[in-house]
Design a protein around this ligand. Structure first.
Ligand code: SF4
Ligand code: SF4
Ligand code: ZN
Length: 585
């Protein structure tokens, strides 16, 4: 039991009304995930408290439906329905698109297969588990009430001595759950009670039914893309009690001094209008309207849109599960070069040729645990970096991989970007982006901004913070080149805003998201659900006259000057595809 009088009282960072008497915390909110905003989770946990400023509701595309909701609904039924497709279709709602339906059907079928396997295992030990209403673990005193919840399908044995929670994974059941989340889920099974059904209103407390303590609790999870299954916890009441001993400290830590962490998730946060920490830059993207939906935007999203508008829609609007695939040579090389530079720059001194001896690995590659072969593919580009290392300039201090977020509240777009290197030179702010390429063609500054929109992002963010320098470091196997932009210069600011508006305008207003079947289908993370994919796309294609892309080697062969937008699409095709899944629970 958690002693509520020992828990800190949360001071809302914005003007709010309502009551803080009811706290509802889900096991997923207690995860210690890097990049997730603790302040938003704590604010949401106070379900009866409202910010006084009008909530900035997230405007979602109605076609974006919750696939795991359909999986949960079917598994929560005590008998598998015969009209499964009809149930899934109804569950997803009339706005669901064909790709969402295809994904949901496969996920439900896979989950049911895993459930059949579970049932067979259970029967072998004489157990019959049936779905039941959710469990909730309640602590209360005269002032406050704390409800701990965990999302999934709950089961009980016929004599109610065994309780189980089944969680779902988008991909496979190998997913390692956060320890706090697991402890909370076990705690809910061990010390919680069965609810009398779903809540009619979110701000009301759960009603529970009288229950006896269980003798055994179990947490299992199901991979919805491959029917895989895993048992995360299985123990008697005594071992479960020992496992959840740290529960009060987890809740205490969660509520103590919550931190703001601006990032892509701000787009779903209803507190962003009052939030003091998200940088608000109206007009950042140079777009006059708020579009139809609230959006987040990163380089990976823009690249996806450049490859195929429909790929962006399936991946980032519908949020369908992504599959994994091998990276091509250019991506592996680009990642290796970045990794080497990051490791070298931890020293805060200039890279030198002694770091990369002609024979042998050198100190940096040795520290990274590389083989000679792995270094060989990146060697020429690293050599080129050594010629233009930013630490050659005096009084330079840089940190690698720094995330920055701004909210263009006119366009209602949250932009997140990760600076390759960010810091200061002679007291002035310095941002450096590093690009590796096989050939370099001379371009104007404006063309570089169109080709590398993350440089335009950087200029906009630096300008909003009062100026500074943005450097684009372009590495080829032969040489390194620096293109410098003064973010305090109004002409550069205008060029950056124009480049962003050109890059993002079509995406911002797109509602159709047409497919471009072709070579983009080869490394398309959502092709499994796509009803438009090319059946046998070529791995090598001439995009426009004089511009050829080879997906196997990842190289762009440009034999003549071509338009920047064609080059941008070619670059997007050979760039790393974001293969991570955002797990909602
Ligand atoms: S707007 Fe972003 S930083 Fe602010 S509370 Fe919401 S998620 Fe956190
Ligand atoms: S499979 Fe091809 S057509 Fe379909 S979304 Fe992916 S890239 Fe576009
Ligand atoms: Zn360096």
């Amino acid at each position: 039991m958690i002693n509520l009088s020992e828990l800190p009282i949360w001071e809302s960072p914005w003007r709010s009304t309502g009551s803080d008497a009811l706290l509802r915390i889900s096991s997923s909110a207690l995860k210690t995930l890097p990049g997730s905003c603790q302040m938003e989770k704590v604010a949401k946990a106070h379900v009866g408290k409202y910010q006084e400023a009008r909530d900035w509701a997230t405007r979602k595309d109605p076609r974006a439906v919750f696939l795991l909701g359909a999986v949960r609904a079917v598994l929560a039924m005590t008998r598998t329905p015969t009209d499964l497709v009809q149930i899934i279709t109804t569950e997803l709602g009339e706005n669901a698109t064909e790709p969402s339906l295809a994904a949901a059907k496969m996920m439900v079928r896979n989950a049911l297969n895993a459930v059949d396997d579970f049932a067979a295992d259970d029967l072998a030990e004489g157990l019959l588990m049936t779905p039941t209403t959710d469990f909730v673990c309640i602590s209360s005193d005269q002032n406050r009430r704390l409800e701990l919840t965990s999302w999934g399908v709950y089961y009980q044995s016929s004599d109610k001595s065994v309780r189980e929670l089944r969680m779902f994974c988008y991909r496979d059941a190998d997913l390692a759950r956060d320890r706090n989340q697991l402890i909370t889920a076990v705690n809910i099974l061990l010390n919680g009670a069965s609810t009398d059904g779903p809540l009619a209103r979110w701000t009301e407390p759960y009603q529970t039914l009288p229950t006896n303590p269980p003798q055994r609790v179990r947490i299992r999870q199901i991979g919805c893309l491959d029917s895989s299954a895993a048992t995360l916890f299985d123990g008697d009441a005594a071992s479960a009690a020992a496992f959840v001993g740290g529960m009060p400290a987890i809740v205490q830590d969660f509520l103590t001094n919550p931190e703001f962490t601006p990032g892509n998730n701000c787009v779903e946060c209803k507190f962003r209008i009052s939030c003091p920490e998200i940088t608000k830059v109206p007009g950042f993207l140079g777009l006059p309207t708020a579009g139809k939906i609230s959006k987040s935007l990163s380089r990976a999203m823009l690249s996806s849109y450049q490859r195929c508008n429909y790929q962006y829609f399936l991946t980032y609007v519908l949020k369908l599960p992504k599959k994994t695939f091998e990276s091509n040579a250019a991506i592996v090389r680009g990642n290796a070069v970045h990794e080497w530079i990051m490791a070298a720059h931890e020293r805060q001194i200039a890279c030198s040729s002694s770091d990369l001896p002609a024979a042998g690995l050198g100190a940096i590659a040795t520290k990274l645990g590389w083989t000679q072969e792995y270094l060989a593919q990146a060697r020429n580009w690293i050599n080129s970096h050594i010629q233009v290392c930013p630490f050659q300039h005096a009084a330079t201090h840089l940190l690698s991989e720094q995330t920055r977020t701004v909210w263009d509240c006119d366009a209602d777009v949250v932009i997140t970007t990760r600076a390759d290197e960010l810091g200061t030179r002679a007291g002035k702010s310095l941002w450096r982006e590093i690009k590796t390429t096989s050939t370099m063609s001379e371009m104007t500054k404006n063309e570089y901004l169109l080709l590398y929109p993350q440089v335009a992002f950087a200029i906009g963010i630096q300008a909003a913070a009062g100026g500074g320098l943005v450097e684009l470091e372009i590495l080829t196997p032969e040489t390194g080149q620096i293109v410098a932009f003064d973010a305090a210069d109004p002409a550069i600011q205008l060029a950056a805003t124009t480049a962003l508006a050109i890059n993002f305008d079509q995406l911002h207003h797109d509602e159709e998201f047409s497919a471009s079947p072709g070579m983009a289908c080869i490394s398309c993370p959502v092709s499994a659900w796509c009803d438009q994919r090319a059946s046998a796309p070529a791995t090598k294609e001439v995009l426009v006259d004089g511009l050829e892309v080879d997906l196997v080697t990842g190289e762009i062969i440009s034999s003549a000057p071509v338009a920047v937008d064609a080059l941008a699409k070619a670059l997007a095709l050979v760039e790393p595809v974001d293969q991570t899944d955002d797990l909602p629970f």
